[in-house]
Design a protein. Structure first.
Length: 495
């Protein structure tokens, strides 16, 4: 009797779960771009298909922080495109160990650089603040908040002209806010912090979320002795909701330093983050084999973690700004052992990615990602550029032997399916459209789709009877995608 009741209860629960799923209905993706960065759209994968994290390609050093007011502790870069100009904001700081103590030869400043292409940068002489008797420098802020002054352009339609640019930073016992009419001349938004109650002791940031119509901030705090990230929202940039901790289902508990979260510019409903993983590894034979041992010992003389902690960049995504899929494998490893790497403070990825022209003539634009290196060495450090294909953070990848995935029921708006993909010369991608029950739709079955091969950011998929999907728009469909030696990075339905 007990077993029978248990079975009936289990059956009722299962029926309720199925009913809930059915009631939820298909996912309405409209005509927005969907990146293959998570399994949100995927119902099942089989064969050799899998989600594959990709890593950026190292390029040139684009900035050396070697001015007298800069130094080995420069960092917390914020980079964004503003019309025809790329803007960069960062802290200027010098870190020196002397007599087993950490000392700072000069103050902390907010500083500025700009570029026409995102590759070649200049430090303009702004004439705003004095440094040792001269205003010939690129300092934009000398006051509370210089430690992590992080600026952005406010795209809120209701933004006032004198606050077209905003910034946040740690100061005055909390998170302080700034405003500027031109991105160069700054003032405090108000004299007191806009938020308190967190540590705020690394780069904090904020932005206007165009999809949800609110400001969002991500700040540093500690939980159970670990460095972590909290988020809050605001309608006016002054009054903020109580900050909540981010969640990472399935990911291990790790110490996260910076967060570097922002909406992805091509798909702003997706939050993309590049948190820094902080690991204290202590002394070992491997630690002693890493570059610049004597300087490592010098830093450790002030505090063990200054010499034996390591940092690297991770990748994570979210659809609500709170719950993130975080990859355990590093997105940006320290790389080959060489002077200026494998140290605490290196591989901090700048906030955020920007689109730049490719170095290869005729190739499409690419993403530029910037990260610090040579931190805490001598009297300067540097910023290196890395590149990644557009939308190329993660792909659904399959070997030549093949693999496939099927989506959950979707509703789309548009006439054509376009994909961002890459195959080998022998590889291919084919797409079948199914109804919500999984039955191939006449004219759009797998046998109706010729092989798609090549390497393109946006390629239209065709079937035997053409590419027009207008008659299916607004109706629940599934995509069945077959891949052979191929990567699928993103897809969307367009007019």
């Amino acid at each position: 009797m007990i077993a029978w009741r248990y079975c009936m209860i289990t059956l009722c629960v299962m029926v309720a779960m199925v009913s809930t799923v059915r009631a939820a209905g298909p996912i309405d993706i409209g005509s927005r771009l969907e990146l293959m960065v998570d399994d949100y759209l995927i119902e099942r994968m089989s064969g050799g298909a899998r989600l594959q994290l990709h890593r950026p390609t190292p390029r040139q050093v684009v900035m050396t922080h070697d001015k007298p007011w800069e130094g080995s502790g420069c960092g917390y870069h914020a980079i964004f495109r503003d019309g025809d100009l790329y803007r960069m904001y960062y802290k200027s700081w010098q870190l020196t160990v002397r007599d087993r103590k950490l000392v700072f030869p000069h103050g902390l400043y907010g500083t500025y650089a700009e570029s026409k292409d995102g590759i070649h940068w200049t430090k303009p002489e702004l004439g705003l603040y004095d440094f040792k008797g001269s205003k010939k420098n690129n300092i934009i802020w000398d006051g509370p908040g210089g430690h992590d002054f992080t600026a952005f352009k406010d795209t809120n339609p209701a933004c006032k002209p004198d606050a077209k640019y905003k910034a946040v930073a740690s100061g005055k016992g909390g998170l302080i806010a700034f405003k500027s009419p031109d991105g160069i001349r700054w003032s405090l938004l108000r004299d007191t912090p806009v938020m308190k109650g967190c540590a705020f002791d690394t780069q904090n940031l904020a932005f206007w979320d165009t999809v949800r119509g609110e400001y969002r901030t991500y700040v540093r705090d500690f939980r159970e002795g670990r460095r972590g990230i909290r988020t809050a929202t605001s309608k006016d940039f002054v009054q903020w909701t109580p900050p909540v901790w981010l969640a990472y289902p399935g990911a291990p508990k790790e110490q996260l330093y910076t967060n570097q979260i922002a909406p992805y510019h091509r798909a702003p409903h997706l939050f993309i983050g590049f948190p820094t993983r902080y690991v204290e590894r202590g002394w070992s034979d491997s630690m002693r084999s890493l570059p610049e041992l004597e300087h490592r010992k010098l830093r450790a003389s002030a505090h063990l973690r200054y010499g034996t902690a390591l940092t690297e960049g991770l990748f994570m995504t979210s659809r609500d700004g709170v719950t993130f899929k975080r990859w355990g494998e590093a997105f940006l490893r320290p790389g080959p052992e060489r002077p200026g790497q494998w140290k605490y403070g290196d591989n901090y990825i700048a906030w955020h990615v920007v689109e730049t022209k490719s170095d290869i003539p005729g190739a499409p634009n690419e993403l530029s990602i910037y990260a610090s290196e040579a931190y805490w060495t001598g009297t300067s450090n540097q910023l290196r550029r890395y590149t990644l294909r557009i939308d190329g953070f993660v792909s659904i990848q399959s070997p030549l032997s093949g693999g496939e995935f099927v989506t959950k029921p979707l509703v789309f708006k548009g006439r054509h399916l376009v994909i961002n993909f890459a195959t080998s010369a022998a590889g291919s991608i084919r797409v079948e459209l199914q109804d919500a029950a999984g039955k191939p739709i006449d004219g759009f079955a797998l046998t109706d789709c010729p092989d798609v091969f090549g390497d393109a950011i946006e390629r239209q998929v065709t079937w035997k009877n053409g590419a027009d999907l207008n008659k299916l728009a607004g109706k629940p469909v599934r995509l069945r995608v077959i891949l052979k030696d191929a990567d699928l990075y993103s897809l969307r339905f367009r007019p």
